[in-house]
Design a protein around this ligand. Structure first.
Ligand SMILES: [Zn+2]
Ligand SMILES: [Zn+2]
Length: 407
């Protein structure tokens, strides 16, 4: 099959790899019809995720058609159309029983690596380093799904791929980020970062009853989406001083909740931006957290800071005094996608949200390396890329393939 394979920082190749096989009775094999590039894939692309090895297949947002199931799978049959959650979860352990699927104790065979870094290991994830299980990802034509009786959700035929694909990650991720804010009527929520997860957090905050949502970014195309999709007020941090503006907009009190949808590769101007870049390049800090610093500082007393943005290691100059002295609540975590699949699919079916709204580009999987560059650099106002693994390859390659068959 064809797959998008990681070979090092900014080095991706779409190439032939062996097809996945059923290894365990609870496995299924899915033929992937749509897959997407996640903002967190860019951390892999940019070389910030430890535990990657050349040859790893990446990607964790995918859906498709079941083509084969293991002997213990009774809930799925070949031909079923499914969306697959990015964390791998057994469904039966201490954490799975509490619907904390991204903390599953049975899905990371390399738990000892993660324990060295974080004390305890979270669940294994698709296509996200050997630290998190070394599972082949879903930017490919097929994938093996472990614990297929727990993860994938069946999709009715009348919904398109793009309406449901983001149930695999960014819709539940944005939704959980907003849910963690404990939104009450009249609340104001500030969302730092209007990439795909930020946009879903903004829309979800609205669905959960926030009266005002303030969207913060520097790319006009993203801010436009935030205001069109969820009627968010917008702040471009290249034009205004964000902390001042948030205070003015909230009568000096600050937003009731702040969401950091930026994560480890944050961007900032001035001294603090240079500080992070230098320290990160010297490996004196692993992550650049300007958005988190601002979220903690901006949030009102007694408010909540929710962090769906991915951080990996050690962060500098975190104003922890603000957490204690303002009695802040911090909520975070990889998304427990499995527990959101059904309720969020219902919201899509009811028409409360159309996730396809975030898609800006559709490309064949063969173009993955170009698509990553475009998404990372926001070329052509790129917001979200969907890759089609079975779409026609560029003409020359198609001809070569035909020749190979003929001779
Ligand atoms: Zn993701
Ligand atoms: Zn489990």
């Amino acid at each position: 099959m064809r797959a998008n394979v990681w070979y090092g920082t900014e080095q991706l190749r779409v190439e032939d790899v062996p097809d996945p096989k059923i290894l365990n009775p609870r496995d299924a094999i899915v033929r992937i019809t749509s897959t997407a590039i996640c903002g967190s894939d860019l951390h892999i692309y940019d070389g910030y995720i430890p535990g990657m090895l050349p040859g790893d297949i990446i990607g964790h947002e995918f859906m498709g058609e079941v083509v084969e199931v293991g002997s213990a799978i009774t809930n799925l049959r070949p031909g079923d159309r499914v969306v697959n959650p990015f964390p791998i979860a057994c469904g039966a352990c201490f954490f799975c029983q509490q619907s904390l699927h991204s903390l599953c104790e049975n899905s990371n065979p390399n738990a000892w690596l993660a324990e060295k870094l974080w004390g305890h290991s979270p669940a294994g994830l698709f296509g996200y380093s050997h630290l998190l299980g070394g599972y082949a990802g879903g930017q490919a034509q097929f994938a093996r799904i472990p614990f297929a009786d727990v993860g994938p959700i069946k999709i009715p035929a009348h919904l398109t791929d793009e309406q449901v694909l983001f149930l695999s990650d960014i819709f539940p991720t944005g939704y959980m980020a907003a849910e963690q804010c404990g939104i009450r009527e009249g609340d104001t929520v500030a969302v730092f970062g209007c990439g795909p997860v930020g946009l879903f957090a903004i829309k979800s905050a609205r669905l959960l009853g926030a009266e005002r949502v303030i969207a913060i970014d520097r790319f006009p195309a993203r801010l436009r989406k935030a205001s069109q999709w969820a009627d968010a007020e917008t702040l471009n941090y290249e034009q205004v001083e964000v902390l001042e503006a948030l205070d003015v907009m909230t009568g000096g009190r600050g937003p009731d909740a702040c969401i950091d949808a930026v994560g480890m590769e944050g961007h900032a101007h001035g001294a603090i931006g240079s500080y992070d870049r230098i320290k990160q390049s010297l490996m004196l800090e692993t992550d650049r957290p300007p958005a988190l610093r601002q979220a903690l500082t901006a949030c009102r007393n007694g408010g909540t800071v929710s962090i769906p943005g991915v951080y990996g290691g050690l962060l500098d100059k975190i104003p922890f005094g603000a957490v204690v002295n303002k009695a802040l609540t911090i909520r975070s975590g990889q998304t427990h996608v499995q527990r959101y699949l059904k309720p969020l699919l219902e919201l899509i079916e009811k028409g409360s949200i159309d996730p396809a709204f975030v898609v800006s580009h559709r490309l064949p999987l063969e173009e993955a390396p170009r698509a990553y560059r475009m998404f990372r650099d926001k070329q052509d106002s790129c917001i979200k890329v969907v890759l089609k693994p079975w779409e026609q390859v560029p003409t020359v390659k198609a001809e070569e393939a035909t020749n190979r068959i003929l001779h």
